[in-house]
Design a binder for this molecule. Structure first.
Ligand SMILES: [Zn+2]
Length: 696
């Protein structure tokens, strides 16, 4: 904005008097009193304290270090007033399986050090100081050998000019590929790698490592700075001998979930689930002591506020799960099949505490997948928009609801609402056979991710407070069943659904509008599919609110009538699309065509695949490989070159009601248009593995 224009404008606006705060912001679905109570109670400082405690433990899954962290969380939860606190154990021995997932045994280290012993003693790293500098999977050893530099170390040519047999390799490539060649093919004793992860910004951090060789060996990681110093010394002709000593053990053990509740009253059998993975290398402060700490803080605050009468007592039970990522969740649903009927919705918190400005990162609310439409989406969208609008600076408008901790940053709350994504425990719960609608909070990126730099002080108390407050506010809504809340959300959801359907129409216009002559008709057909899927999806999302307030018939009736109206108005939206299609056809000099199904589509519409009900959870790649042992070429399907979310959703839409064509259309609306054949090939692959049943 130019100064010359700015000042007169400022004066003009000032003359209008003060602009009411919040006039242009989202009205929250919780009362202002409830939100203020949460904002006063929830503390980013306390969350950061919990992070300091949790990040003292090396929390590999499974391991004794993880057990110590689980015990700490359980003790803390008891002290903070959680109920039913317990640690549940599930065998992790390499033999026990959880649906399509194999358990893995524990790897525990007692001692590991890497030294230069000649020409003079120099300690390079130790487990005690930086646990993640020792590669997971390293074997017991006490080995001495010359340190030789092999460059990247990931191609056989890297080993042509240098003899590595009986020596220790220093490499700049990823440890997995280096070790496969250096140790298993060329006989090296072990591998030392130079960290490349965020190395430009953080030259002294070390990235997490895992080694998986046939021969026993070891791996250590050095920082970019230290590793390059060693490299230079070797390249200058200095002869360095290193000694690696590791005392480690691979042993059958347990996955452990810490489970706690705040029990409900009237609807105690129904549950709201909050999850965070507790595992990962020490320190793992943001990933994911942060989510684990926020769960403690949410529970503590809700407990106190409802005890003091500042919030209603929860009618539904709130269940907190601290898990080893993925394995803990799949083991939990295997042992507790009742979760599918009991849990109305859930929220997963993973990496939710870093400084936004320092990391140039954004708070992401990832919604449930299209296969699991649910009102939790609009609830969280409302709350996230409200907190965002009130935590950025706008001209001439004072935020009415600033969320700042006592000692944290004043960073603007940059947020983005996006469709479903994987990468954490919500993947398990949203599976079609587990069927708990799960949303996901994630702050990304993080320049300390999976490195020794992921320290507690890198977490921002303000961001921890905002993440906790959003999770707590959603929980307050979900744990209740008041007709008042149902009515408010019904209105919110109906209007947002309407806007999203308009958004799908625009998306259709874009697809048609940019198509060349040969593709216009296909684009029109796809756009019609998108609109039809949106109608179905939005209707189902709104319909899920019927489960919220069982006692209220008026809201249910409103939802029913709104859904009918959406259907009645669908021909108008389709007509809009058709007119735009005709316009584009005229422009491209082609005749418009009527819509019809191809012979292939007609055939696919008659095939209705279903899942093996005994195999819950997403497809395990290892499981699939094992079942299709004889046919490595099976994995050359084009669908495997798509984002993994596509195959995840194909399985979820395989519900015994959708036809092959429906499934293709559903994932094509959620992601990008896909050839029917790709979807059919994938489903037939799953059928060969026994995961899906396709009747002739
Ligand atoms: Zn994580």
């Amino acid at each position: 904005m130019k100064r010359a224009l700015f000042f007169p404008l400022l004066i003009a606006l000032a003359c209008l008097g003060s602009i009411p705060a919040g006039a242009q912001t989202t009205e929250p679905l919780l009362s202002w009193d409830e939100l203020r109570a949460l904002n006063n109670e929830i503390s980013g400082e306390l969350a950061q304290d919990y992070i300091r405690d949790i990040s003292r433990f090396h929390r590999l899954q499974p391991s004794r270090g993880y057990t110590l962290a689980a015990e700490w969380v359980a003790e803390k939860a008891k002290k903070l007033g959680f109920s039913d606190v317990r640690i549940e154990k599930y065998p992790a021995d390499g033999k026990t399986t959880y649906f399509m997932y194999d358990s893995v045994p524990a790897w525990d280290v007692e001692f590991a050090e890497l030294w230069i012993v000649e020409p003079k003693e120099e300690k390079l790293t130790s487990f005690e100081e930086i646990p993640l500098s020792v590669a997971i999977g390293s074997s017991n050893c006490d080995q001495k050998g010359d340190l030789v530099f092999v460059g990247d170390g990931t191609a056989p040519q890297d080993y042509e000019k240098v003899e590595v047999k009986g020596k220790v390799v220093l490499a700049t490539g990823p440890i997995g590929s280096v070790a496969g060649l250096a140790v298993d093919r060329f006989g090296a004793l072990g591998v030392v790698t130079v960290n490349q992860r965020f190395a430009d910004d953080e030259p002294d951090n070390i990235g997490s490592l895992r080694i998986n060789t046939n021969a026993p060996s070891f791996g250590f990681g050095l920082s970019h700075r230290r590793g390059n110093e060693l490299k230079d010394r070797i390249l200058r002709g200095e002869k360095l001998t290193v000694r690696a000593k590791v005392k480690a053990e691979t042993h059958p053990y347990f996955y452990e979930n810490v489970i706690a509740t705040i029990p409900g009253t009237d609807l105690a059998a129904e549950e709201v689930i909050l999850t965070a993975h507790l595992c990962h290398n020490k320190p793992g402060a943001n990933d994911n002591a942060s989510g684990s700490a926020c769960l403690l803080e949410v529970g503590r605050a809700l407990r106190r506020l409802s005890d003091e009468g500042k919030l209603p007592k929860p009618k539904r039970t709130i269940r907190f799960l601290w898990v080893p990522e993925m394995s803990g969740s799949i083991a939990y649903v295997a042992r507790h099949p009742e979760v599918s009927g009991q849990a109305i919705a859930g929220l997963n918190l993973d990496m939710v505490g870093q400084y936004l400005n320092d990391n140039n990162s954004t708070f992401f609310l990832h919604l449930t997948p299209h296969s699991r439409p649910h009102f939790i989406n609009d609830l969280l969208i409302n709350l996230t928009e409200f907190v965002t609008e009130n935590n950025v600076q706008a001209l001439m408008s004072e935020p009415a609801f600033a969320v700042h901790s006592l000692s944290g940053s004043r960073d603007a709350f940059r947020s983005r609402i996006m469709g479903y994504t994987g990468g954490s425990d919500q993947v398990i719960f949203n599976d079609g056979l587990i069927a708990v609608p799960f949303a996901f909070f994630l702050v990304w990126p993080d320049r300390y991710y999976h490195t020794s730099g992921d320290q507690p002080e890198k977490c921002d108390p303000t961001q921890l407070k905002r993440s906790s407050l959003l999770a707590a506010a959603a929980t307050v809504f979900l744990m209740d069943d008041s007709p008042e809340r149902a009515r408010r959300l019904a209105g919110e959801s109906a209007s947002r659904a309407e806007a999203r359907m308009a958004g799908e129409l625009r998306r259709g216009f874009d697809l048609i509008g940019k198509s060349e002559a040969g593709g216009v008709h296909g684009a029109y057909k796809e756009a019609v599919n998108w609109l039809n899927r949106a109608l179905e999806h939005e209707g189902a999302g709104l319909g899920s609110l019927r489960n919220y307030s069982a006692g209220d018939k008026n809201v249910d009736a409103y939802i029913g009538e709104t859904t009918v109206r959406f259907k009645e108005e669908q021909p108008l939206r389709l007509k809009d699309l058709e007119r735009y299609y005709s316009l584009t056809c005229r422009d491209r000099n082609i005749p418009p065509q009527k819509l019809s199904l191809t012979e292939e589509e007609k055939r696919a519409a008659r095939i209705i695949p279903r899942r093996d009900a005994g195999l819950k959870g997403p497809v395990g790649r290892g499981y699939l490989r094992e079942k299709l042992k004889d046919s490595a070429e099976s994995f050359n399907l084009p669908i495997f070159r798509q984002n993994g979310l596509v195959t995840y959703e194909i399985l979820n839409f395989t519900d015994g009601k959708n036809s092959l064509l429906d499934i293709r259309n559903a994932v094509s609306a959620e992601f990008e248009p896909l050839p029917l054949q790709w979807v059919e090939d994938y489903i037939r692959l799953l059928a060969r593995a026994g995961i899906v049943i396709v009747e002739k």
